[in-house]
Design a protein around this ligand. Structure first.
Ligand code: PMV
Length: 348
């Protein structure tokens, strides 16, 4: 029986939200819809080895490796993920797994690996499900993979496919769902083809407030309802901009979304600040460069201090020169990562 033992290997990329997900309901249901660029270079590569158990032990059974070395510190997160997805993958307890993971980006770079990591793991479990259920369609495979990834980390559901992914119900997207991410269903204007994302590593430390806690603080937040309504409006605006090639509107929405995300953190109770002084230095430099050159470069932020610099491929040479001359000084150990919009998870 081919399902007795074997292995799969998948890579899944990180993604960067343009309209942000911040706030959730039970079962990882987002409080508002979001949209992201899937990245290409920042990814997690995970090999899943499986072997049918010889006993009837009812616990999950798995070994964890990170870059080839045992990594017990990942166990609670993986255990929680398996508990959440077990009803959707009823075969999980029949197997012993080895989960062997590596990232293409530097360890503890402050780049969240939860989206790429959970997506890569979900893809592997779907490959096993496909082996047991060979009639599954491709569409079902990818939807369910995104559904499972969401249960690991909300934004991970946007890392299964490329190049632009929408997650959460929205009037302009009849196929979108709170349960999984879907590919942006319109033709993206060529102004956004091969869009560049240079990630400036401002602070590589562990953040003081996790995104789980941050999402929770949107419950009872004084501005929550306005924020969720604004995300719907911004998704409509950015949809139009992506289709028409309106880079000015794109910039306006993306930068406003980044600052609003951090404004929600600063106005929650308890309040907190994840930006660092160098985050603001970089933002001001980007604004000055844009005003001086007219080059449509903009920034966005995750739930952290790092800055994602977004710009068209046609401006790469000039923007990279600007980044090296003026922005790298504000990065920890001068570190930055060059990425580009990509297509999603890949089977090896
Ligand atoms: O997927 P989580 O729970 O780590 O939340 C991520 C939230 C943001 O990165 C701040 C925004 C987003 O939409 O990715």
């Amino acid at each position: 029986n081919t399902a007795n033992k074997g292995s799969f290997e998948w890579s899944a990329p990180s993604n960067i939200a343009l309209v942000k997900y911040w706030g959730k309901k039970e079962n990882q249901i987002p409080a508002n819809p979001s949209i992201s660029f899937t990245l290409n270079n920042c990814k997690t590569i995970t090999k899943l080895t499986f072997e049918k158990k010889s006993n009837n032990n009812e616990d999950f059974s798995f070994d964890l490796l990170f870059e080839g070395q045992p990594k017990e510190s990942f166990r609670p997160k993986i255990e929680k993920f398996l508990q959440r997805v077990a009803i959707y993958l009823p075969f999980l307890k029949d197997y012993h797994f080895t989960i062997d993971t590596q990232n293409t980006f530097p360890h503890s770079s402050g780049i969240a690996s939860s989206a790429s990591g959970m997506a890569a793991l979900a893809m592997n479990f779907m490959s096993l499900e496909h082996l047991l259920n060979p009639d599954m369609t491709d569409d079902c495979f990818y939807k369910k993979a995104s559904f499972l990834a969401r249960l690991g980390s909300g934004s991970a559901c946007r890392s299964v496919k490329g190049n632009v992914v929408v997650w959460g119900e929205h009037n302009d997207f009849s196929e979108s769902s709170n349960l999984y991410g879907v590919t942006f269903p319109y033709i993206v204007h060529e102004n956004f083809k091969n869009y560049q994302d240079t990630i400036l590593l401002v602070d590589k430390g562990e953040k003081q407030v996790s995104s789980t806690v941050g999402h929770d603080l949107m419950h009872g937040h004084p501005f929550a309802q306005q924020r969720f309504a604004q995300a719907h409006d911004n998704l409509s605006k950015i949809k139009e901009a992506l289709v028409s090639g309106d880079v000015a509107t794109f910039i306006e929405v993306v930068e406003s979304e980044a600052l609003t995300l951090h404004a929600m953190m600063m106005t929650s109770m308890p309040y907190f600040i994840l930006m660092k002084p160098n985050t603001l230095e970089i933002i001001n430099k980007i604004w000055a460069f844009r005003a001086a050159t007219g080059i449509p470069v903009c920034f966005t932020l995750d739930a952290g201090a790092n800055v994602h610099v977004l710009y068209p491929e046609s401006n790469s040479v000039k923007v990279l020169e600007f980044i090296k001359n003026e922005l790298v000084a504000f990065c920890q150990n001068s570190q930055y990562l060059c990425d580009i919009v990509g297509t999603g998870a890949v089977k090896y």
